[in-house]
Ligand binder design. Structure first.
Ligand SMILES: Cc1cc2nc3c(=O)[nH]c(=O)nc-3n(C[C@H](O)[C@H](O)[C@H](O)COP(=O)(O)OP(=O)(O)OC[C@H]3O[C@@H](n4cnc5c(N)ncnc54)[C@H](O)[C@@H]3O)c2cc1C
Length: 412
């Protein structure tokens, strides 16, 4: 699958921090992971730190799937608002899902500090804008739900928005600094894989898994180079290409667009100390500043995945993103450095699929679909580690494949 157009920014800026061999010989391990994006890298590190032998395989160079195109927002706020998720799942499970995302943002910060990773990580506030005045009532309901759930939020009315920014919006929810963060997902992934390798993990790229076969005691993988991996457990961290490992389709694939500016000296009119910003409209626009003083702007998703049609739209989408930006920040002269398009997966409830599937023995799926892909990747790694160690993980049931059948409250 063609996951990205040709110029995602981070690999251009940071090059190849380290390289990895292809797998040429047969190998045996406790855990084999398919995919060396941010999900596979987090899984590899957690499993290696827990004392298991790990082999990670990727058909591309590592981190060159969706992870290379990510804009690196880390938020507890998922694509389905909390008050709507509560209607679907019931309030306790909806709140627990949101809390899991908030915990994941914090765990990622802790991991970056503990390992000393160069990942452009910074804690931030996050501002959710009412795109139109008529969205205000829904935003109010969302604010109440978040306050009830214990999030550190503040209501901004028209005056507060005007006082704190040049934004023309009439209302917004501010999630205070530390509830959100930003990261460079590509650098983060390279750092994680280096740390996993230092703990004994074998990481191989340019090695596609062509075939998997369950056995009585595990799984045998055959690669396109003919080498075999025998593992007690298989982890599928193949991102938006994971469908081939599942008996049914669990996602819808979309196209999404992003751009990054040249560095800027200042950000006049930017709210709340360079908060992450997004809005209630669907599809939405989102933007943030970067540690090296650029602006990242993205969104305007389209509900198809055809990469040719997607890349043909890149110029028009870049223009539309810029027009929106100029309305919101008339004092900032933004010059586009790079623009790119990517494939993106969503689920009906905005939650990922993490866990085992009845049709695939000895196999754990770590599919962080949705706008919060990276926080889900962290959650998946912790659930996986706990499962292997036989520990209880209270978040595991929230994201399992069977959750809709359990809740019996599917919202249409
Ligand atoms: C433009 C864009 C912006 C985004 N912005 C954000 C954001 O701001 N915040 C956020 O949280 N998320 C964001 N996302 C989503 C986020 O990037 C993804 O959730 C995350 O990168 C997924 O990581 P992954 O490791 O699961 O998948 P990937 O990075 O795609 O990694 C999967 C890997 O599996 C490998 N693979 C697949 N099949 C095989 C096989 N058979 N054999 C061997 N290897 C295989 C692939 O080569 C690939 O490298 C964005 C995505 C896009 C496209």
């Amino acid at each position: 699958m063609d996951l990205l157009s040709s110029t995602p920014f981070s690999p251009i800026r940071h090059g190849l921090p380290s390289d990895f061999p292809a797998l040429e010989n047969d190998v045996t391990c406790d855990v084999a992971i398919i995919g060396a994006g941010v999900t596979g890298a987090l899984a590899a590190l957690h499993v290696a730190e827990a004392g298991f032998s790990v082999v990670v395989l990727d058909r591309r160079d590592v981190a060159q799937g969706s992870t290379a195109g990510s804009t690196g927002f880390l938020q507890y706020e998922i694509d389905v608002p909390l008050h709507r998720l509560a209607r679907r799942l019931g309030e306790p499970d909806a709140v627990a899902s949101y809390h899991a995302c908030r915990d994941a943002v914090r765990h990622i910060g802790t991991l970056v500090r503990r390992l000393g990773l160069q990942a452009d990580f910074a804690p931030r506030a996050s501002l959710l804008l009412a795109s139109r005045p008529r969205d205000e009532a829904t935003l109010r309901r969302e604010f109440a739900a978040r306050e009830r759930a214990g999030f550190s939020v503040e209501w901004w009315d028209r005056r507060a928005v005007a006082r704190g920014s040049t934004l023309p919006h009439t209302a917004a929810i501010l999630s205070r600094c530390g509830e959100a963060a930003e990261i460079d997902a590509y650098r983060f992934t390279h750092g994680l894989l280096a740390a996993a390798r230092a703990r004994g993990a074998i990481v191989c790229d340019r090695t596609a898994v062509a075939h998997t076969r369950p056995t009585a005691r595990g799984v045998v993988l055959t690669t396109d180079r003919g080498a075999r991996v025998r593992a007690r457990h298989l982890v599928i961290a193949a991102g938006y290409e994971a469908d081939v490992f599942l008996p049914e389709k669990v996602t819808a694939l979309h196209s999404t667009f992003a751009l990054v500016s040249e560095p800027l000296a200042a950000f006049p009119g930017w709210p709340a100390d360079r908060a992450l910003i997004w809005e209630t409209a669907e599809p939405y626009v989102y933007l943030r500043t970067t540690v090296d003083r650029r602006i990242l702007l993205g969104g305007l998703d389209e509900p198809f995945r055809d990469p040719v049609a997607r890349d043909r739209l890149l110029g028009a989408k870049t223009g539309a993103l810029l027009r929106r930006f100029r309305r919101w920040f008339p004092q900032i002269k933004l010059e586009v450095a790079y623009a790119w398009a990517g494939t993106f997966a969503t689920t009906p409830d905005g939650l990922p699929f993490i866990g085992v599937h009845a049709a695939r023995p000895h196999t754990f799926f770590a599919l962080g679909y949705g706008g919060n892909g990276i926080t889900y990747s962290l959650t998946a790694a912790r659930i996986l580690r706990d499962r292997l160690l036989g520990r209880v993980n209270r978040e595991a049931r929230l994201f399992e494949f069977s959750r809709d059948a359990r809740s019996g409250r599917a919202e249409k």
